[in-house]
Design a protein around this ligand. Structure first.
Ligand code: OGA
Ligand code: MN
Length: 298
């Protein structure tokens, strides 16, 4: 059975059916999924019974995974699931929701700011695949913004202004926006800013997108306040309702998004209720900008 797609967002995002992703898929089926991703950027498989093993097997059939993130504040002995997954849940190693003021929770809810996964890494992520094992009784939606349509809707003057600009991204910049700044020297070192192009061209479709995230805190050669204001104007533009798809989770949903062409953010939910969502992440193809050679530590 071929992949069936039904558009669910305003200008992107589709629900898919017709391929059983709990079973090994063929290279032809993987190609169909990549083609769907190139067209819709967000592809949703509803209510699929995946385990860690089958989620990882499906992920690997679409490409190599990104090396795990080391800055999520969960130490090695506090991991709830395999280190090859991003644990995006609100649960500690005993499957209990974090206390409201737990540092791991406060760092994690930085996800509620618009972002693109791993934009703080030299090689940022390609796709993210997020699977819901349990969902709260209300809230906890994920919103996605179509950065290609948002780019295309900019006026020519703005397109010219931003052409060629390079930003610096760091998890420190996004956490600073929500008042979280008590990082150790070691954490700061891990979160050293990296460079990303503000406009990127999709390698498969050749179409341009804005490449923004709350992790972006500087524009090379610009005064910081002016950079932050432009980034904030562009983010406000790109996240208007007409460019946004809101995913309301059901248990078992798998949502795949292309980080090169979308931003996303989590929405709040009752913090004492478990929300077990687990992410596998595909590696990107390369840097989006030349990196500055590392300057001596200050
Ligand atoms: C992520 C993420 C949002 C959410 O998995 O990268 O940002 O709603 N998730 O959990
Ligand atoms: Mn994310």
């Amino acid at each position: 059975m071929p992949l069936n797609l039904r558009q669910v967002g305003p200008c992107f995002a589709a629900e898919a059916s017709g391929i059983d992703i709990t079973q090994p898929i063929t290279p032809e089926q993987a190609d169909e999924i990549h083609a769907a991703m190139n067209e819709y950027a967000v592809v949703v498989f509803r209510e699929v019974d995946l385990t860690d093993e089958t989620q990882m097997a499906f992920t690997l059939s679409l490409g190599p995974i990104e090396p795990p993130v080391t800055t999520n504040l969960r130490s090695k002995d506090q991991l709830r699931i395999s280190k090859n997954f991003a644990d995006v849940s609100n649960l500690d190693e005993n499957n209990k929701p974090f206390e409201r003021d737990d540092r791991r929770r406060l760092f994690g809810i930085g996800n509620r700011l618009w972002h693109s996964d791993s934009s703080f890494k030299v090689v940022p992520a390609k796709y993210s695949l997020l699977h819901a094992r349990s969902v709260p009784s209300k809230g906890g939606d994920t919103e996605f913004a179509d950065m290609r349509t948002a780019y295309e809707a900019l006026d020519d003057e703005t397109k010219t202004e931003i052409d060629g600009l390079i930003c610096e991204h760091s998890q420190m910049y996004s956490r600073r926006l929500v008042g979280f700044s008590d990082f150790t020297a070691e954490e700061r070192e891990k979160m050293r800013p990296v460079r990303q192009s503000l406009v990127r061209t999709h390698p498969d479709t050749g179409r341009k997108s804005l490449y923004l995230a709350s992790h972006a805190g500087e524009i090379i050669g610009w005064p910081t306040p002016e950079a932050m204001l432009l980034l904030s104007d562009l983010t406000n533009h790109a996240t208007q309702r007409e460019f946004v798809y809101k995913h309301q989770w059901r248990k078992g949903d798998l949502v795949i998004w292309d980080n090169r062409r979308t931003m996303h953010r989590a929405r709040p939910f009752p913090n004492h209720e478990p929300r077990d969502v687990r992410r596998t992440t595909l590696a990107g193809e390369g840097p989006t900008a030349e990196q500055e050679s590392v300057v001596a530590a200050e």
